[in-house]
Design a binder for this molecule. Structure first.
Ligand code: DX5
Ligand code: ZN
Length: 223
């Protein structure tokens, strides 16, 4: 059997002064989701965009918004992001002392629930919540900035996570976020990844539509 990956371009790398044009490009592409990075300058050393921008993106987007919250106390904002158009919301395990409650809150809003893990965080931190999750976002760079170098240890983490998902009969998809390109995409998918986020690789390319098509076209053999 073979399957196709879910492709989620990250608009962090897009031209914010021409956001409507960038969203239209994604609408017209083979991408599946639009990845939206929210940074608070506290959990990560950078600030990106907030609710009014997400609302504006949602007015033009024809594809689901995959919102990645790199913020402390995400429970204060998940409802507002849901109202702004989020269909998938991921919170960071490192920012959530009450992660189980946070996941239930996201699901109660009718969103798909995701948890993101930093490069130093073991996948086994998720052992007790994996059955409840729709998505695990494995950070393959330290969160906060686009355009960073992919961390090679990610492959081993994806394999461990895939085993955990199979063992627990979880429906969670594995998303890879950071430094994704044509050199690592197939290896990640073969290791068990389902969703590829790509920022600079898509938006710095002369032909972003073609790059999205190339990523989408990677065929993964499953047993
Ligand atoms: C990093 C963000 C990523 C980023 C990926 O903190 O979570 O989503 O936009 O960008 P690239 O693909 O350029 O590494
Ligand atoms: Zn992200």
């Amino acid at each position: 059997m073979s399957s196709r990956p879910i492709i989620a371009p990250s608009i962090l790398a897009s031209d914010f002064a021409n956001l409507e044009r960038e969203i239209t490009m994604i609408n017209n592409s083979e991408a599946d989701w639009i990845h939206v990075d929210i940074m608070d300058g506290v959990f990560v050393p950078n600030i990106s965009m907030g609710l009014p921008v997400v609302e504006a993106v949602n007015r033009h987007a024809t594809k689901p918004l995959d919102v990645h919250l790199m913020i402390v106390q995400p429970e204060r904002f998940v409802e507002a992001f849901r109202k702004a158009g989020a269909e998938v919301i991921s919170v960071h395990v490192e920012a959530c002392p009450h992660l189980h409650r946070n996941i239930q809150q996201i699901k109660a809003l009718g969103c798909k629930a995701g948890v993101a893990i930093n490069p130093h965080t073991s996948v086994f931190e998720l052992e007790n919540v994996i059955a409840d999750l729709d998505l695990v976002c494995v950070m393959s760079v330290n969160p906060g900035f686009g355009g960073q170098k992919f961390i090679e240890n990610t492959y081993a983490k994806v394999r461990q996570l895939k085993e955990l998902i199979v063992e627990t009969n979880s429906a969670a998809r594995i998303e890879i976020d950071g430094g994704v390109n044509m050199q690592n995409a197939k290896l990640l998918l073969d290791a068990g990844a389902d969703v590829l986020v790509a920022g600079n690789f898509v938006f710095s390319a002369p032909d972003p539509l073609d790059v999205i098509q190339q990523l989408k076209g990677i065929s993964v053999t499953t047993v």
